[in-house]
Design a binder for this molecule. Structure first.
Ligand SMILES: Cc1cc2nc3c(=O)[nH]c(=O)nc-3n(C[C@H](O)[C@H](O)[C@H](O)COP(=O)(O)O)c2cc1C
Length: 206
């Protein structure tokens, strides 16, 4: 491993998180914590996250992403839009961002085949910017997709509900429910061998 690649201080040591090639440490440092501090996120920091998302690439530069965020008094209703397993840990998260992707091209009305891909790029730009600011993010597909449109005023015919993102400063794992506290550690990754192929895919069964 090149000496310039180091694990994050908050990341417990794990051989499964060693990079296989030179990579900026931020990619390995970021992980989806459940332990968040209730410390508010300054408005300026939040703008910085959305600015990172703003510069993401998208097919035909349509920029199909849409973010509706809740902080302060809006959080009570927003938390109810999470599915119960996520409500268990997201109680003290100071910001919840709901992510939508536009369904159709604004001019041609053609279906946007790569809108979720583009929106994924935007969310991950936001996540890396958060990491740079000492914030943590945790994406959640486990939200009540059937409720978010009406609750947040986003028309379902125009936008697909994709996920929510918890944003905040790191908190103490000891404040999580015991079962989640015991699992509060970064995940491993597959080896590049399993998902990168030169020239032609080779099935593991062949
Ligand atoms: C689109 C998406 C949906 C996810 N949904 C949930 C979820 O509902 N609840 C949860 O606890 N984590 C959720 N996660 C977090 C993943 O489990 C996590 O990103 C994955 O295990 C990799 O771990 P890491 O982000 O810590 O590297 C989601 C992540 C993504 C990108």
């Amino acid at each position: 491993m090149p000496s310039s690649i180091t694990a994050a201080p908050a990341t417990p040591p794990s051989s499964s998180r060693l990079p296989e090639a030179e990579v900026d440490p931020i990619f390995v440092q970021r992980w989806s914590t459940r332990a968040f501090s209730a410390q508010p996120v300054p408005a300026e920091a939040l703008r910085s996250l959305f600015e990172a998302a703003r510069w993401a690439p998208s097919a035909s530069n349509v920029q199909p992403w849409l973010f509706v965020y809740a902080s302060g008094a809006d959080l009570t209703g927003a938390r109810e839009l999470l599915r119960e397993p996520n409500q268990r840990w997201a109680g003290s998260v100071p910001v919840l961002i709901f992510v939508f992707a536009r369904r159709h091209h604004p001019e041609t009305q053609q279906a946007l085949r790569t809108a979720a891909f583009d929106t994924g790029a935007a969310w991950f730009s936001l996540a890396l910017q958060a990491e740079k600011l000492g914030l943590r993010t945790h994406a959640m597909g486990g939200i009540q997709h059937e409720r978010v449109h009406a609750a947040l005023g986003v028309p379902a015919e125009d936008y697909e509900s994709i996920a929510a993102i918890a944003v905040g400063y790191p908190g103490a794992a000891s404040e999580l429910p015991a079962d989640l506290a015991a699992r509060e550690a970064p995940n491993a990754r597959k080896s590049q061998r399993e998902f990168v192929f030169a020239g032609r895919y080779v099935s593991p069964s062949s």
